[in-house]
Design a protein around this ligand. Structure first.
Ligand SMILES: NC(=O)c1ccc[n+]([C@@H]2O[C@H](COP(=O)([O-])OP(=O)(O)OC[C@H]3O[C@@H](n4cnc5c(N)ncnc54)[C@H](OP(=O)(O)O)[C@@H]3O)[C@@H](O)[C@H]2O)c1
Length: 267
């Protein structure tokens, strides 16, 4: 057992983006810790595989294939979860996508998809599940954002904007919902070895130059933040230090990073 996430016997946890990477690892850990997990993503085959793996190990899981950018499908999710597992205790907004490349080279349809999954569906999913938590006066909203929101890099403009939005959304909600019994947990991972980079057409070479974590390590950090209801976690100590430097000496930071990025673009 990797530790319970709630005092209730079997908390119901919804994990978006459970078909791969961080979401997959989170589902395995949460189910092993005694949670009943609702697995949400588009790839039904992957979700069913994960559901079978969890139930074979004695856990409780239900695969709920859904494209989160489909407004009607998303609106049906809370009812499906309540019918299959009960009212939600924890919603983990983890699904996301990137798009790497010069801003003007990436087409607008892709930019819209990034904002659609990373921002619109996070807002809509939170709005859809929140009433089940407010009805009982307790619950947790978890947001998997990214350090790129606080440390924007070239060729990630819309992704950085989307994650900046998620972090702002989460912090604002925390002030609003904490008095109503709802905890908000924001986690900003650094580089993680998942399908994400490939899907975003990001250069794989950066895994050689930038320290990264495995999906399992990232999931473990998120688990801990959920268990402790930590309001804000930057899931990479080195990057947390760089972000702190940026906050204290912003002009120097821009000078140094501007030079670093120009040099990287030339090489
Ligand atoms: N990997 C990194 O370096 C890194 C760093 C910082 C933050 N993050 C964040 O961590 C989260 C998880 O990413 P990951 O690294 O685990 O990447 P991943 O393996 O590519 O997982 C992304 C998940 O999002 C789901 N998804 C994408 N579009 C969807 C849609 N329209 N509807 C429903 N589900 C959708 C995907 O499932 P389907 O394709 O089956 O729909 C998949 O399960 C993301 O929010 C990402 O921004 C990642």
């Amino acid at each position: 057992m990797s530790g319970r996430i709630s005092q209730t016997p079997a908390p119901v946890v919804v994990i978006t983006g459970a078909s791969s990477g961080i979401g997959w690892e989170l589902a395995l850990r949460l189910a092993a810790g005694g949670a009943c997990v609702a697995l949400v993503a588009r790839r039904a085959d992957r979700l069913r595989q994960l559901e079978a793996q969890i139930t074979a190990g004695g856990g409780v899981a239900v695969a709920l294939p859904c494209d989160l950018t489909d407004v009607d499908a998303l609106a049906r999710l809370p009812g499906q979860v309540e019918t299959d597992l009960g009212p939600v205790d924890v919603l983990i907004n983890n699904a996301g996508r990137g798009a790497h490349g010069p801003f003007d080279d990436v087409d607008m349809a892709t930019h819209r998809q990034v904002m659609g999954v990373n921002v619109d569906s996070v807002v809509a999913c939170t709005h859809a599940f929140l009433p089940q938590m407010l009805n009982r006066g307790c619950g947790k909203l978890v947001f998997v954002s990214s350090v790129l929101g606080r440390l924007p890099a070239p060729e990630h403009a819309v992704y950085a904007a989307s994650k900046w939005a998620v972090s702002g959304f989460a912090e604002s909600l925390a002030y609003e919902l904490q008095p109503r019994g709802i905890d908000v947990v924001l986690v900003e991972p650094g580089l993680v070895q998942t399908e994400f980079a490939q899907q975003a057409s990001a250069p794989m070479a950066r895994f050689r130059h930038v320290p990264s974590k495995t999906a399992a390590q990232a999931a473990q950090i998120i688990m801990q933040a959920i268990q402790r209801s930590t309001p804000h976690t930057i899931a990479d100590r080195g990057v947390a230090f760089v972000i702190a430097c940026k906050r204290h000496v912003p002009r120097l930071f821009r000078l140094i990073f501007g030079a670093v990025y120009r040099r990287a673009a030339r090489s």
